[in-house]
Design a protein. Structure first.
Length: 616
């Protein structure tokens, strides 16, 4: 049994155009088998459907991205939406390939692609994905006596030339994999080969540094809109080496097929306890994990992985609105200075809420608690007051992500009585802080983490009135609200290779908020106690704003920054609820209140609050 789930389809959150793959045995779906005329019987234990043998016991990573793709030499007639895998086992980044077949390196593979474009069989589209993954076989030239500098220079020169050529043919999203860290291969395991592994570590690291620098420098020479995404293979294998035990996998220095060619087990599940199937090729589980890594990289580059962080300003502004509504509820019995003297109030709250996911996705769950204290004083024909609120809680996102938050808010309010009703105004300032942000990357157990803080400002101007008819009392408050929230930028940690860096976020909006409350007063104990059950309806109509755009980028990558938009805060909201209020002749009051969101992004969520107040 594997420790964490590895198998299963990869969930692609980003663009889903046609996939084109160029590379070596890490990606080959059977092209070399066709070139050699091999059959499944020639390669027992390997995955060979229709005699298209992979260098693994299962599908390769390119077949696991959720984008249909077929090997070039078995693709047959063109199928709309289906990609082509040009990769051939043994391919170098240059034209060189296995010596017993025609040249089949990546240079030749791109020649084949160009011929199909010229013949009209392929018409590249803006959302198509082009992946280049090679360079490992080039290192075999070390055994031929070639200098590491020459080999590295050829890899970088060829890879940059491939990118330039594909971009000229219409490619706009190109994912280029780093040269795989061959020091992790079982074929170089063992204490006696430690010096070789150290040398390979330095060589591969130098090649990958030069590759990233060269690709970054050439971006300005490519057609507008061309994005080069680096697939960080070094970070992937570093993560695997550190976490294979938690994943239920064998150490990376072991393979299912041992040095004598013996298979570890006849069934695939047991074979997949190894990252490597043979001495230099991934197993099915290894390919499954790498497919997730590739997709997570693509989602980070496209901005799809930033969707959770893009919701944070919406959550912060919704939290501030809830505190504002709680303050309204606490002051409701003394609207516009109707009560004489000074009124002190306090209101703890418990929230069990929901918040709609992006693009209508599954809702997040909110668990929060907090409170509010304040005073409201009569000043002639007017009143003025101050309240301080605080909250702490957590938001649990549908994909397993999490955001722990805390914050406080200070609000000042004032009113002036008119012959009928009163004019009211308020201003508030809040400091939301997200102390623990966790984003699921798509890899089992690999969570990116971060923290940030911000500020929230709000100002309101409105009208309030109330009427009484016997035991029935009704109060109405309506106001224009302007508010804005700012959150600081931050860079994620604990997910090297997939971590995102976020720019600052700002969200502002105008709206009309209304609150209606109706209560029925019942006296008891000789008028010493008043019991007032009440019902309320709160609404917000958005007038302008409410949308924002988050800019993010893969940290330590050459991919262009991406933008992710959210308009959750532009949605109109309706909350309905009620409760009961008890008030004594001495001025002490106690109330319990429950409100449920019936429309808007928080639909289905509820908030409980208690209120204690004393009038002097």
């Amino acid at each position: 049994m594997l420790g964490l789930p590895i198998a299963g389809p990869v969930a692609a959150a980003g663009p889903s155009g046609v996939l084109y793959v160029f590379g070596d045995s890490d990606s080959d779906q059977g092209n070399l088998a066709r070139l050699r005329g091999e059959r499944a019987a020639d390669r027992p234990g390997y995955f060979c459907p229709d005699d298209l043998c992979r260098d693994s016991n299962g599908p390769v990573w390119a077949e696991r991205l959720g984008r249909p793709v077929a090997p070039l030499l078995a693709a047959g007639p063109a199928v709309p939406g289906r990609g082509i895998n040009f990769a051939v086992s043994g391919a170098h980044m240059t034209a060189r390939g296995e010596p017993d077949v025609l040249p089949s390196g990546v240079t030749v593979q791109i020649d084949q692609f160009a011929a199909l474009v010229a013949g009209g069989r392929i018409r590249p589209a803006a959302d198509d994905l082009f992946v280049i993954q090679a360079g490992t076989n080039d290192l075999l030239r070390l055994a031929e006596g070639d200098a590491p500098e020459a080999i590295g220079g050829d890899i970088v020169s060829a890879a940059s030339g491939h990118v330039r050529r594909l971009a000229g043919l219409g490619a706009r999203t190109l994912a280029v994999a780093e040269v795989a860290p061959v020091q992790y291969l079982p074929m170089v395991a063992g204490a006696e080969l430690a010096p070789l592994r150290a040398a390979l570590t330095g060589i591969v690291g130098g090649v990958n540094d030069a590759l990233a620098m060269t690709l970054a420098d050439m971006r300005g020479d490519l057609p507008a809109g061309t994005n080069i995404v680096l697939i960080r293979q070094q970070a992937f294998f570093d993560w695997l080496a550190a976490n294979h035990g938690a994943l239920g996998l064998a150490p990376l220095d072991r393979a299912c097929i041992d040095a004598d060619g013996r298979l570890c087990a006849p069934d695939t599940a047991a074979q997949d306890r190894f990252v490597w199937f043979d001495s230099n090729h991934l197993s099915g589980s290894g390919h499954a994990l790498y497919a997730r890594w590739v997709q997570a990289t693509l989602d980070g580059a496209s901005g799809a992985a930033a969707a959770q962080t893009a919701q944070l300003p919406d959550l912060a502004i919704a939290q501030a609105a809830r505190l504002r509504a709680l303050s309204d509820a606490a002051r409701a019995p003394g609207l516009s200075g109707a009560d004489r003297g000074v009124r002190l109030f306090a209101a703890p709250l418990i929230e069990r809420g929901r918040f709609a996911g992006p693009a209508g996705g599954e809702s997040s769950r909110i668990r929060a608690q907090g409170g509010l204290i304040g005073l409201d004083a009569r000043l002639g024909r007017g009143n003025a007051g101050l309240s301080v609120g605080w909250t702490q809680g957590r938001t649990m996102f549908a994909d397993g992500g999490l955001a722990r938050s805390r914050g406080f808010a200070v609000s000042g309010f004032a009113g002036w009585a008119l012959p009928v009703g009163a004019i009211e105004a308020s201003i508030s300032y809040a400091r939301p802080e997200l102390t623990d942000i966790r984003r699921e990357t798509g890899l089992p157990g690999l969570v990116a983490r971060g923290r940030t803080r911000g500020r929230h400002l709000a100002a309101t101007l409105g009208y309030a009135s109330g009427i009484a008819a016997g035991p029935l009392t009704a109060a109405v408050r309506s106001r224009i609200v302007y508010e804005q929230v700012r959150l600081g930028g931050f860079e994620e940690t604990a997910a090297d290779g997939l971590a995102l860096a976020y720019a600052r976020q700002r969200l502002a909006r105008w709206g009309i908020e209304s609150r209606m409350e109706a209560s029925w007063r019942i006296t008891a104990a000789g008028d010493a106690l008043t019991i007032a059950p009440f019902a309320e309806l709160d609404s917000r109509i958005n007038l302008a704003g409410g949308g924002h755009v988050l800019t993010s980028a893969l940290a330590g990558n050459i991919a262009l920054p991406a933008t992710t938009a959210s308009r959750q805060s532009a949605r109109d909201t309706i909350d309905a609820g009620g409760g009961i209020r008890l008030e004594t002749r001495t001025g002490l009051s106690l109330s319990a209140r429950y409100v449920r969101a019936v429309a808007g992004p928080a639909k289905g969520g509820g908030l409980w609050s208690l209120q204690v107040a004393m009038r002097f």
